[in-house]
Design a protein around this ligand. Structure first.
Ligand SMILES: NC(=O)c1ccc[n+]([C@@H]2O[C@H](COP(=O)([O-])OP(=O)(O)OC[C@H]3O[C@@H](n4cnc5c(N)ncnc54)[C@H](OP(=O)(O)O)[C@@H]3O)[C@@H](O)[C@H]2O)c1
Length: 271
């Protein structure tokens, strides 16, 4: 192969991260992929399993050290680890919001702060942040998830500017719906006496459908991300997965009133 890279990838135990770790290892790259639960005896995988919780400074520092001790460099950082959360803004407990932000936003910042000095010393490196189409389009009853991904959009765009001309590259991946366990594993706030109950029930049905057969496969999305990493592109934003490009384009082109109406209709907020 042309260029064997050292990958450091958060959230490689399942879903998009697992598919990308397997895909990159298959393509001959050296991959370190993390999970919070790979402690003690590690599973036999096509890549190097490491333990990391992105909510914890010491855990992130230890994982970066482990990769550097073995490989002396990190060519590609993929900030993929993430969780979801659903419920009305009014009823979602703050501890759930904190945990989501600690994972989806501060986890990315924490990992960036641990890896950027390494890449800066090297004079090269690719940062890949996994955002979401939900970071462009706010999803009702997934407000905090969307807010975390809107934050990733802002963070990554600013980072792209800050690193311009340094030899480091920043890619923001914006997946649409991908068939993983993220939705089933999410915390869902749904109270029987909620004034939002009817709309919430309709929303859950639609979400279940969107995350099922209609969604893209993690393998296809991973192959697209691996292609981008192996390419020379320096473009910031990359919508991937079925329909993501179309929805993001519609968000850009349509006036707010029309776009917001379409989203409300898609999720049957008004019945
Ligand atoms: N699936 C979609 O439709 C979709 C769409 C757009 C964007 N995305 C984004 O794509 C990324 C991956 O999502 P997915 O659908 O593949 O989810 P997933 O199947 O639930 O996998 C999530 C991964 O994140 C890891 N993780 C969760 N909390 C962590 C923490 N505190 N520290 C370290 N790792 C943690 C999990 O590992 P452990 O639990 O083993 O630690 C797991 O490997 C996320 O950022 C998500 O927001 C997904």
């Amino acid at each position: 192969m042309k260029d064997r890279k050292v990958f450091f990838l958060s959230g490689a135990s399942r879903g998009i991260g697992r598919a990308l770790a397997d895909e990159a290892a298959d393509r001959g790259h050296i991959v370190y992929g993390s999970s919070r639960s790979w402690t003690g005896a590690k599973p036999a995988l096509a890549f190097h399993p490491i333990t990391m919780d992105v909510r914890n400074d010491a855990s992130v520092r230890a994982a970066v050290k482990e990769v550097l001790d073995e490989e002396q460099r990190i060519d590609v950082l993929v900030n993929n680890a993430g969780i979801s959360l659903s419920g009305p803004v009014e009823e979602t407990p703050l501890d759930a919001v904190h945990d989501l932000m600690e994972t989806n936003y501060f986890g990315v910042v924490r990992t960036l702060q641990a890896v950027l000095p390494v890449m800066r010393r090297q004079g090269f490196g690719t940062i890949v942040n996994i955002g979401s189409a939900g970071g462009k389009i706010a999803i009702p009853f997934q407000s905090h998830y969307s807010a975390s991904k809107f934050a990733i959009e802002g963070l990554t765009e600013a980072l792209w500017q800050e690193l311009h001309g340094t030899g480091l590259r920043v890619l923001l991946i914006e997946p649409g719906d991908v068939r993983t366990e993220i939705w089933d594993r999410s915390r869902h706030l749904i109270e029987e006496d909620s004034p939002y109950l009817d709309a919430l029930v309709r929303f859950h049905k639609i979400k279940k459908r969107d995350m099922g057969d209609a969604a893209d496969s993690p393998g296809r999305v991973a192959a697209r991300i691996a292609d981008l990493i192996e390419s020379d592109t320096r473009a910031l934003r990359h919508p991937v997965a079925r329909l993501a490009r179309l929805f993001i384009l519609a968000r850009k082109l349509l006036p707010d009133a029309i776009f917001l109406w379409a989203v409300r209709r898609a999720y049957r907020i008004d019945k």
